[in-house]
Design a protein around this ligand. Structure first.
Ligand code: SF4
Ligand code: FES
Length: 263
């Protein structure tokens, strides 16, 4: 027999499914860090009452705009495009703007929900609250030359490509550089020198582009000690990618190209 609390919970979720608005009360437990005030981060709980169909990003905005304006996090588009709000939500890398509260709320026990935890992505230095230093991440991205390199004279017409050739790197064009993959990688946690999945994904995007002439150069860069051979195929990166990119497969394809020397 269900309890009154469970009935209320299920009513809230039914309302969420049907499109009607019904608020639930829950706690957002955020790992706060201000290097000007303390050497160590602290967990702080915020009680919120919100429609569970809203996004986790809306919950963060509610805290920032209505409770504590010092809460610091990055976001821009709020629609899964800019890649700026990757964070660990309930221990898993996600985009706050692509995460609905109802999907991370769980079920209440005795009328109380477990807090939703929010913390910065791992492996990069935390600057403040949920903001990490992205410089090493973008340096690795720059190092793989993420742009088309075409030799010879400038063409007078467009560079044509067959549908099959375009399909070879279609998946890796979807990357939004959110760092969810790289910051979920245990190799990267232990050694930030590793290029990381995102840089390899973006190298893949050009290595397998039939119009590009720098594939060999990129392969050599990734053949170095901090390159693809550090990957331990744990699949964390693929699980973390909010764009559904087959990250591990892309890394495997780059490894295979290095072994066969065939692009
Ligand atoms: S591959 Fe996916 S998880 Fe990694 S940076 Fe690109 S979009 Fe983000
Ligand atoms: S705010 Fe742009 S991806 Fe989430």
């Amino acid at each position: 027999m269900s309890t009154a609390t469970e009935d209320k919970h299920s009513a809230a979720l039914d309302a969420a499914e049907s499109g009607a608005t019904q608020h639930v009360t829950f706690r957002l437990r955020i790992r706060r860090f201000n290097p000007e005030q303390a050497a160590e981060p602290v967990w702080v709980d915020y009680e919120l009452s919100m429609d569970p169909k809203e996004k986790l990003l809306d919950a963060l905005h509610k805290v920032k705009w209505e409770i504590d304006g010092t809460l610091t996090f990055r976001r821009s588009c709020a629609h899964g495009i800019c890649g700026s709000d990757a964070m660990r939500i309930n221990g898993k890398n996600r985009l706050a703007c692509k995460t609905l509260i109802k999907d991370v709320l769980g079920k209440p026990k005795n009328g109380v929900y477990k807090p939703i935890t929010v913390e910065p992505i791992k492996g990069l230095t935390v600057l403040k609250d949920l903001v990490v230093d992205m410089d090493p991440f973008f340096q690795a991205f720059r190092d793989v030359m993420p742009f088309l390199v075409a030799k010879g004279n400038e063409p007078t017409r467009e560079r044509k490509q067959s549908i099959e050739d375009r399909a070879r790197f279609d998946d890796t064009t979807k990357c939004i550089l959110c760092a969810a993959c790289t910051s979920s990688c245990p190799v990267f946690w232990n050694d930030g020198q590793y290029f990381g999945p995102a840089a390899i994904v973006n190298a893949h995007r050009f290595i397998f582009d039939s119009r590009d002439d720098a594939g060999e150069q990129r392969l050599e860069i990734l053949n170095e000690k901090d390159g693809v051979w550090r990957c331990r195929t744990t699949f964390n990166c693929t699980d973390a990618c909010p764009r559904g990119i087959q990250v591990t497969q892309a890394i495997q394809e780059v490894k295979r190209a290095l072994i066969t020397r065939r692009i």
